[in-house]
Design a binder for this molecule. Structure first.
Ligand SMILES: Cc1ncc(COP(=O)(O)O)c(C=O)c1O
Length: 378
């Protein structure tokens, strides 16, 4: 048997007919950028997440960057942050998180993570009280597991900090009955095709707490102006394409089922592997949407050997993330580390992600479980 890390064909079949007719309509209209498709998606998205408004942009990376720029503009009446202003985030995430902070002018201040791989609330608290110039917090809901937003928002309120949630991997994840992305000033989402709510190329969305922030975002994504000649800010070409919005809107209709499907696979893995010594599995929580199913290999379990064996048995696996942000050559000089990153270093050596995607067959999950159990025993 062959089990890919992800198979996008299986969800594509859910929208195949509808997307073909949506694309035909777009060809007929020759309207490719923004337009009614994007407006419809923004409305459906903000209704779903439960926020005042949402603004479609060209990628999840831009969703982060434009959110930060909007905070600099709305809170400080400045286009960019300064190098000596810190935004607290995690070292254990995709590079885009830190890249967006650096491009907004600020410095990422990295603090350690907890057992669930998300940023540690006590480390945020420690960093805020040790560094004078902290302006905001950027938690990442890693792998689809929501960060502790109640505690993070409490700290933000106490110290008057803004919060941008990196929801790239966590569309639909919930905390105390509320969706990730609805707690902070902004939630930044990615429609990269492997995400929970995928596009058919690059795309992103910013969930906004209020209309004024939506207006700033709409200007920023369109060269900084409401129209071509009324340029208010240094902006970007970061518009969402109509064809993306049409496809994402169709996937949005099925996304609850996609999430249930991922949770089904995760539960099968947990049931099949929970008795294996030295495997630490993610917690089965209704609120975890399992963009990735990531476990820890403890003790004598050799990750390279296990990955190699799974690959030899035609099973796709991934390691997210083997390198911390502060170890990346091109950006490390623009980053400050607060305290030690012991948990993050450990996670980077221990994590392994197994195949997970909607409509993965029971036999496929069972095969992965059997092969993994076998290599660990040997
Ligand atoms: C945690 C995280 N943040 C940001 C991004 C950036 O999203 P995009 O690839 O849409 O720019 C990703 C994408 O993989 C991500 O995983």
């Amino acid at each position: 048997m062959k089990v890919p890390f992800i198979d996008l064909q299986r969800i594509y079949h859910r929208i195949e007919k509808d997307i073909n007719s949506a694309v035909s309509e777009l060809f007929a209209s020759q309207r490719w950028i923004l337009g009614p498709e994007v407006e419809r998606l923004e409305k459906a998205f903000s209704d779903y997440i439960g926020v005042e408004g949402a603004v479609g942009v060209a990628s999840g990376t831009d969703a982060l960057l434009l959110s930060l720029r909007a905070q600099a503009l709305s809170r400080y009446d400045r286009q960019f942050f300064c190098r000596d202003e810190y935004i607290i985030t995690t070292p254990f995430t995709f590079v885009a998180t830190a890249e967006a902070i650096i491009r907004s002018g600020a410095t990422p201040l990295l603090v350690d993570i907890g057992e669930d791989f998300n940023i540690s609330v006590s480390e945020i608290e420690r960093a805020v009280s040790s560094y004078r110039n902290v302006v905001g917090i950027l938690p990442v809901h890693l792998y689809g597991c929501p960060a502790d937003m109640g505690a993070i928002m409490e700290i933000a309120k106490r110290y008057d900090l803004f919060v941008v949630e990196d929801c790239a991997q966590a569309f639909g994840a919930m905390i105390s009955g509320r969706y990730a992305g609805s707690f902070g000033d902004h939630g930044a989402f990615s429609f990269f095709p492997t995400k929970i709510l995928p596009g058919i190329g690059d795309g992103g969305m910013v969930a906004c707490r209020n209309r004024a922030l939506c207006d700033i975002l709409k200007a920023l994504r369109n060269h900084g102006g409401i129209d071509k000649y009324n340029i208010e800010y240094i902006g970007y070409n970061s518009r969402l394409d109509s064809i993306q919005a049409a496809a994402i809107g169709l996937y949005l209709k099925h996304v609850k089922e996609f999430i249930r499907e991922r949770q089904r696979v995760a539960r099968m893995y947990i049931a099949g592997l929970s008795d294996v010594k030295d495997l630490i599995l993610p917690k089965d929580r209704d609120t975890h949407v399992f963009n990735l199913f990531t476990l820890r290999l403890r003790g004598s379990l050799d990750r390279d050997r296990i990955c190699q064996h799974l690959n030899n048995k035609s099973i796709g696996v991934g390691v997210y993330y083997p390198v911390l942000l502060n170890e990346m050559r091109g950006i490390k000089d623009y980053i400050v580390v607060a305290g030690d990153l012991r948990q993050a270093v450990r996670a980077s050596k221990e994590v392994l992600s197994l195949p997970i995607f909607p409509y993965m067959k029971n036999e496929e999950v069972e095969y992965v479980v059997d092969v993994l159990r076998g290599v660990i025993r040997s």
